[in-house]
Write a protein that binds this ligand. Structure first.
Ligand SMILES: Cc1cc2nc3c(=O)[nH]c(=O)nc-3n(C[C@H](O)[C@H](O)[C@H](O)COP(=O)(O)OP(=O)(O)OC[C@H]3O[C@@H](n4cnc5c(N)ncnc54)[C@H](O)[C@@H]3O)c2cc1C
Ligand code: SF4
Ligand code: SF4
Length: 1019
């Protein structure tokens, strides 16, 4: 199945008619020609245009359409069509720019999906030629085995593309050692807007049009020599404007080691306004084999800033980074479970700031010596015992992850006030850093806000974002603060735009920075290379005002449509205080969508959900690479729907389509830096969609399973016929949409709920010395009873008195309990609530007594700790949630308390290696350490965690014919290949669906951890 998003209909004519009717004649023609003349994706629906109207900035400009080329040559075709129709072009990579570089009115060309090949790796020359859409991490992953890397290590390395990095002249944390993009690009092949493909490389060897462009720019540099000398900031980090100084270097680090002019450097930092990059040739660096990190703790922020200039002189060439993390960031990190332990390893007492000082090279002993020099320096500066020395790789790597997440950590603030990027990368010479930061902090205070400082102290580029409310007085305050900040930058002879580029936000400051003559020269360069003004017009030349609210995401007309939500979103419905960051009580934020809109607006478009590394988020993006199927695309779609920018609101087909491949894995709940919880949002959205469109048969069938399971299980032969007769499976598929290719879980006459193992009574467990309540869910109870029995046996063997949770009401048709998950999965919140209520009532007496409620199926048990809390079930939901634990979590805790000696004494040694796959919800709730620890209770157990995202089955998702292929692709991304690689291993997976997917894809039987432990008990 083709999972790509071709929103326009099949024939070019239809495309034209639909787009022209919805938009305008030119858009229709453009879409039709793209459709006829290319194989790329032609995305012109309102939702697609809306999704590409934003990047990681505060701006929103809706493009005419979006084109996702299949091949590089289709970029040229699209450019030719745009030229004919006079449609501007906005080149785009990952769309992570912070200044609005990728927001524009024309045709957005997204390179990140297909145009991402490595074209030529020359290890002898130490160069690589790449297409612009390749992400930095993807490139470096393939270079690693050769001992080299591309060292411009931007924080967004997982999603930033090389084309975008060159476009912005990006800079990494280690720029003190490696420089910016401009220092590391050796050549570019690029199309001018008239269609000519040029080779931009060494000026002295160039000929033809490229040579002529070089001559033109050279003559401008000569003409403006005095202005260049007088107005050009003399710092490493200056990325504003065009690099006119390639012919008269002003950077503290020359662009080329030999001083020869490279014409590709003219394109670097030009933000797609001069030419469209077809490929880039990059300089590779040796991958350092050793690194050491010194974390210097300061009790005054000023002192930290003042020390940076001295620290930057250390290392005799091995110093690679000096990065700041301030008090606020430390405190925020301490509150985030994923970061708390790591940050504690770096701090001594209660520091106001820490500096991460890294030395890298090939000789660890030499680096350790450098570290000692840092310690000595700090001693000399009156700060003895202030350095945490990290010599091993693991703690260093963990701490860098926290630093890299810095901005995102800050962005997790709830409420309308958000840290806003507009002066966040001003660069000043190091000797002025302390005074500059001090003065700017006072500016923030004067305007009733505050900013958190972090990042590149080594090169005088400290990131800071004052908290502003862009729906109210934010734009005015932004202007006022920018004026005062710019005066400071001028006073200290710095660069106003030192890392993130110009875009919409800083375009107007280019002239301020360089003066009118140089600005005019920039205009001439633009005119010379792009006389048609086709490439991102009105950006670096003739830019709009930074505070033009008509270009903003939360502009003047932004309004939320009132809705009644099914779930409780009040935690997001708050106001915050810009100066203190305190938030008001839940529910007081005046969100007409009762907090849902504010939850959706937490997405700041940073694009972390486009990553491919460890973690779960976002499985559907991982397999489709479609913007629509990333958490960001979904959040943007919902924002558009909730704010009336998408016709039909939450009930629209566009919203349904955007959420269709969301597997509800909760990967984003954990991995998204601002905590966008799309799984929960999908429940809410489905609720609204069902209310308008009704419930499909398949959802009725699946959701009601807990209701009819006790009846169906009495007729197992009949119920299982569907699995035996292919024609019946096909008939079922045509009626329900559930794929005939998938087997359905097998019904059994004897199952846990009608077995003899009854456990102790409620009264007995309430009085027991080692009490535990076992909550057996529908799936483990009816279909895989062996897991429930195993759990019962293991808990009993460990000496617990086990009570099986059952309904309190005797007249219920079945005594088994259900958390309501099957209903939630299809948005039936009120039915889910009924079930959850019965479950909570049954469990409450035990929870009130502090007895642990142990569950087996992650998605069922964790419903008690997640959705149950937002269904209006009152205090009892909180009480039960506080005691609801997964089987492995319970055992891991009890083991730590020394209560499992009896069990451990009985466990027999493992005979096979164990492969562990985590259920997405286990991962989202940070349970993987528990299950690993519990497996290790088995003597000689050797457990390997499979680095996998979602298995792709995700409840009923993988059963549906329309999702079958995507489901398989998710499983094939890493889970199934890892299992196939280890034929002798025993596979552990706690999720029912995960086990099913593993069986379907590898014919291997995976088991619940309870069963694994039970198998190691004596018979
Ligand atoms: C949380 C966060 C952290 C960040 N950290 C850093 C950091 O550490 N260092 C840093 O420098 N930046 C940082 N950035 C900014 C941004 O991530 C970088 O500038 C990144 O390199 C942009 O890559 P991209 O693929 O997203 O480019 P995009 O945003 O898609 O595009 C960037 C520019 O390049 C142009 N472009 C893209 N492709 C082409 C092409 N084929 N031809 C011509 N022009 C093209 C675009 O038009 C645009 O002007 C950060 C951003 C965020 C949100
Ligand atoms: S969903 Fe989260 S990770 Fe994705 S862009 Fe939005 S804030 Fe970033
Ligand atoms: S719940 Fe999973 S699939 Fe859905 S958006 Fe979040 S990470 Fe992606």
């Amino acid at each position: 199945m083709n999972t790509s998003t071709v929103s326009a209909p099949n024939s070019a004519l239809e495309t034209y008619e639909q787009v022209a009717a919805a938009s305008n004649e030119v858009a229709g023609l453009l879409a039709k020609r793209l459709k006829t003349e290319t194989q790329g994706e032609v995305l012109f629906s309102a939702a697609d245009r809306g999704r590409y109207a934003t990047d990681a900035s505060i701006y929103q400009v809706t493009p005419l359409g979006v084109f996702v080329p299949k091949h590089a040559k289709e970029v040229a075709t699209a450019m030719a069509i745009c030229r004919d129709l006079k449609v501007p072009i906005v080149p785009r990579g990952g769309g992570t720019s912070q200044c609005g570089q990728t927001t524009g009115v024309g045709l957005v060309i997204d390179h990140s999906k297909h145009v991402r090949n490595i074209l030529n790796l020359d290890l002898t020359a130490g160069t690589v030629e790449v297409q612009p859409g390749i992400a930095l991490d993807a490139l470096n992953a393939s270079l690693k085995k050769h001992g080299v890397w591309f060292p411009v290590d931007v924080s967004t390395s997982a999603q930033a593309t090389l084309g975008g990095m060159a476009g912005n002249n990006s800079c990494g944390s280690r720029s003190i050692a490696y420089g910016n993009m401009v220092h590391n690009v050796l050549g570019a092949k690029a199309w001018l807007s008239d269609g000519e493909l040029l080779d931009f490389s060494q000026f002295e060897n160039s000929s033809g049009r490229a040579r002529q462009i070089g001559e033109f720019v050279k003559q401008l540099a000569v003409q403006h020599q005095a202005d260049l000398q007088n107005h050009w900031p003399k710092v490493l980090r200056r990325v504003a404007g065009y690099n006119l100084d390639i012919f008269d270097n002003q950077n503290v680090r020359p662009y080329t080691p030999d001083g020869k002019v490279n014409l590709s450097h003219l394109l670097v930092g030009s933000e797609g306004t001069l030419a469209m990059t077809q490929s880039l040739t990059l300089k590779l660096s040796e991958l350092p084999t050793s690194k050491v990190l010194g974390v210097v703790n300061f009790n005054s922020f000023y002192k930290a800033m003042d020390s940076a200039q001295h620290i930057a002189k250390l290392g005799s060439g091995t110093l690679t980074a000096v990065e700041l993390v301030d008090r606020t960031m430390i405190e925020l990190s301490l509150k985030i479970p994923a970061f708390a332990a790591t940050i504690r390893t770096a701090i001594i007492g209660d520091p106001e700031a820490i500096l991460l000082v890294e030395f890298a090279g090939s000789d660890k002993e030499k680096l350790k010596h450098e570290l000692k020099q840092l310690v000595a320096l700090m001693g000399d500066m009156g700060l003895p015992n202030s350095v945490v020395e990290m010599v091993d790789d693991a703690p260093q790597k963990n701490l860098w992850e926290v630093r890299k997440a810095g901005l995102n950590i800050m962005m997790s603030l709830k409420g309308d006030g958000k840290p806003v990027s507009f002066i966040e990368d001003c660069a000043v010479p190091l000797e002025h850093l302390a005074e500059y930061t001090d003065a700017l902090t006072q500016v923030f205070q004067k305007h009733g806000t505050k900013g958190t400082w972090y990042a590149h102290a080594s090169v005088g580029t400290l990131h800071v974002r004052p908290i502003l409310d862009m729906r109210r007085d934010g734009p005015q305050k932004m202007r006022a603060i920018a004026e005062e900040a710019s005066a400071l930058v001028r006073k200290y002879k710095g660069a106003y735009s030192g890392e993130h580029g110009d875009g919409l936000c800083r375009g107007e400051w280019i002239e301020w920075q360089f003066g009118p003559a140089i600005q005019q020269a920039f205009g001439q360069i633009k005119q010379h290379l792009d006389p048609l003004n086709l490439l991102s017009p009105n950006r670096m030349v003739n830019p709009p005002k930074m505070d033009d609210t008509s270009l903003m995401r939360f502009g003047n007309n932004y309004k939320i449509i009132p809705i009644q939500t099914a779930l409780d979103w009040s935690a997001w419905n708050v106001h915050n205080d810009a100066a203190t960051e305190q938030t008001t009580a839940p529910g007081t934020g005046q969100d007409p969508a009762q907090g849902l809109a504010k939850a959706v607006e937490m997405c700041n478009n940073n694009g972390t959900c486009r990553k491919f590394d460890a973690g779960t988020m976002c499985p559907s993006f991982r397999v489709t690479r479609d913007e629509m199927h990333a958490t960001r695309g979904r959040a943007n779609t919902l924002r558009l729907a909730l704010s009336g920018q998408l016709q039909g609101g939450l009930e629209s087909p566009e919203v349904k389509e955007a959420l269709d491949l969301c597997v509800g894995c909760k990967g984003c709940k954990r991995d998204c830096p601002t905590g966008v919880d799309m799984a929960r949002m999908k429940i809410e959205v489905q609720h609204h969609y069902n209310a308008k469109h009704g419930l499909p048969l398949k959802d009725t069938l699946i959701s009601n399973l807990p209701r009819y399971a006790h009846i169906a299980s009495q007729w197992p032969r009949l119920m299982n016929l569907r699995n035996q007769w292919p024609w019946l499976a096909r008939l079922a598929e045509s009626l329900t949409g559930l794929s005939a290719e998938r087997s359905w879980p097998e019904w059994k006459k004897e199952h846990f709920f009608n077995s003899q193992r009854v456990g102790v009574s409620a009264q007995e467990v309430l009085a027991a010395s080692k009490p535990v309540v076992l909550f057996v869910d529908t799936f483990n109870g009816y279909f895989e009873s062996e897991n429930a029995w195993a759990a019962f046996d293991v808990l009993s063997a460990a000496g617990y008195q086990v009570h099986i949770a059952s309904r309190t009401s005797q007249d219920a048709p079945s005594q088994h309990l259900c958390c309501g998950r099957t209903y939630l999965a299809s948005g039936q919140v009120s039915k889910a609530k009924e079930h959850a209520q019965a479950l909570l009532e049954a469990l409450l007496p035990f929870a009130q007594k502090g007895i642990a409620i142990v569950g087996l199926e992650p998605s069922c048990l964790l419903t008690l700790r997640d959705e149950s809390l937002v269904m209006g079930l009152g205090e009892m939901a909180d009480t039960v949630a506080a005691h609801a634990v997964l089987f492995e979590e319970f055992l891991a805790t009890e083991n730590k308390a020394g209560k499992l000696d009896a069990l451990k004494a009985q466990l027999t040694p493992a005979k096979k290696p164990i492969l562990l796959h985590g259920h997405c919800h286990q991962k989202a709730f940070g349970m993987m350490p528990s299950i690993t620890q519990v497996i290790q209770l088995i003597p000689q157990a050797k457990v390997d965690l499979i680095e996998s995202s979602c298995c792709g089955m995700a409840g009923s998702f993988g059963y549906e014919a329309s999702h079958l292929e995507v489901s398989k692709q998710m499983a094939e991304a890493s889970l199934l290949p890892s299992i196939r690689l280890q034929q002798d291993a025993c596979v552990v997976a706690d999720g029912t669906s995960c086990r099913h997917q593993i069986m379907d894809g590898t014919a291997r039987e995976a088991m619940h951890v309870a069963l694994l432990l039970a198998q190691h008990l004596p018979k």
